[in-house]
Structure formats: structure tokens, C-alpha cells
Design a protein around this ligand. Structure first.
Ligand SMILES: [Zn+2]
Length: 183
């Protein structure tokens, strides 16, 4: 994942491509909040880079991409077994999501939101949100599994691949056939 992000050691600019300038970035880079991230000893260098980039994007008005970069920071925290900071990142990602969600249909974002709510222990909110969704087929199955995980108060990571396994296992039980749900 380190290839997804670049960081300038001279000026601390963080971006997916530091040769491309984001106009408002300089203001963010010199801000106190940006420096707080850089100085946080509980964050690994890679997490800092993602969070810095997320902050630049957020201040530049791209809440959606800022949410994704904050989510990536959470994944790195997971890899580092830093559950406290992973939780912080996920809560931040949720707050960013509220800033760009327009209520339009956006399946990918909806699925991420369910997972963020569950992994930040907002089980009831997650279940309520699931009930507002009208997915069909395998997506409905993923939502159903998420509700089950919430009822079990399970905050562990479940990737799409592991959902796939669960769905396949369930289908095996029913039909004896092996079917891949996500392609
Ligand atoms: Zn620089």
C-alpha cells in the first residue's frame, strides 16, 4: 500500500502524486492540525502519509476521496495492530461520509458505511441503516451477514473475500454447488 502514496520529506506534502500540486495544500501543510498528525508518535509513517493526504483533500473540498484515504489509514492501523488509532480513523471516515453523502444511490459507499458503523461498535445504527437499503441478490446477502455480525457484536475485519467465502459456504449447504458471488 505504500505505493499508493507519496510524501515530500522537504515540505511534508503528501499526495498520490507529489508532482501534482493541489492549490490549497500549502495552507493545510502549514496548519497546526497537519503538524499534530506528523508528530503523533502512535502513528506509523505510512498512516501519517494517508492522514495528511486525507486532510489536504478534505480542506480542498474533496470529502469523498478524503474518506477513502482515511479508510486506507485505518487499514494500515489494522495491519499494525493499532486498534485504537484504527477506531479513530474509522470514526473520522464516518464523519467525512456524512459530508458528501447526498442520499443518491451509491452501493459502494453504502457497503463501506455499514462496515464502518459495525467496526466502530455502532451496531444499532448499522442495523437501522441496513434496513433502509434495498439490495438484491448477493449484495442483499452481504447486508444480511453484516446484520448478523452486528447482532453478535462482532467488530472484526471481514473482507469482501471472506464474505464471499461465507456466501459460498451457505450456497454449498443449500445446493451443493460452488458459485462465486462477487466477480
Ligand atoms: Zn515538497
Amino acid at each position: 500500500m505504500f505505493m499508493w502514496i507519496q510524501f515530500c520529506g522537504n515540505c511534508s506534502y503528501s499526495s498520490k502524486d507529489i508532482t501534482v500540486e493541489i492549490k490549497s495544500a500549502i495552507e493545510t501543510i502549514i496548519s497546526k492540525d497537519y503538524k499534530i498528525i506528523l508528530k503523533d508518535s502512535q502513528l506509523s509513517p505510512l498512516v501519517k502519509k494517508f492522514l495528511c493526504y486525507a486532510m489536504i483533500l478534505e480542506k480542498d473540498g474533496d470529502q469523498r476521496m478524503a474518506m477513502f484515504k482515511t479508510l486506507h489509514a485505518a487499514w494500515v492501523c489494522d495491519d499494525n495492530r493499532n486498534s485504537f488509532k484504527a477506531l479513530e480513523c474509522r470514526n473520522k471516515a464516518l464523519s467525512l461520509m456524512d459530508k458528501f453523502r447526498s442520499g443518491e444511490e451509491d452501493t459502494n459507499i453504502d457497503l463501506i458505511k455499514i462496515d464502518l458503523l459495525r467496526r466502530t461498535e455502532k451496531f444499532e445504527e448499522a442495523i437501522d441503516f441496513c434496513k433502509t437499503l434495498n439490495f438484491e441478490g448477493e449484495l442483499a446477502e452481504v447486508v444480511r451477514i453484516q446484520i448478523e455480525l452486528c447482532l453478535n457484536k462482532d467488530i472484526r475485519a471481514h473482507t469482501i473475500a471472506s464474505f464471499k467465502k461465507i456466501v459460498i459456504n451457505r450456497q454449498n449447504l443449500g445446493t451443493g454447488k460452488k458459485e462465486f458471488v462477487f466477480r
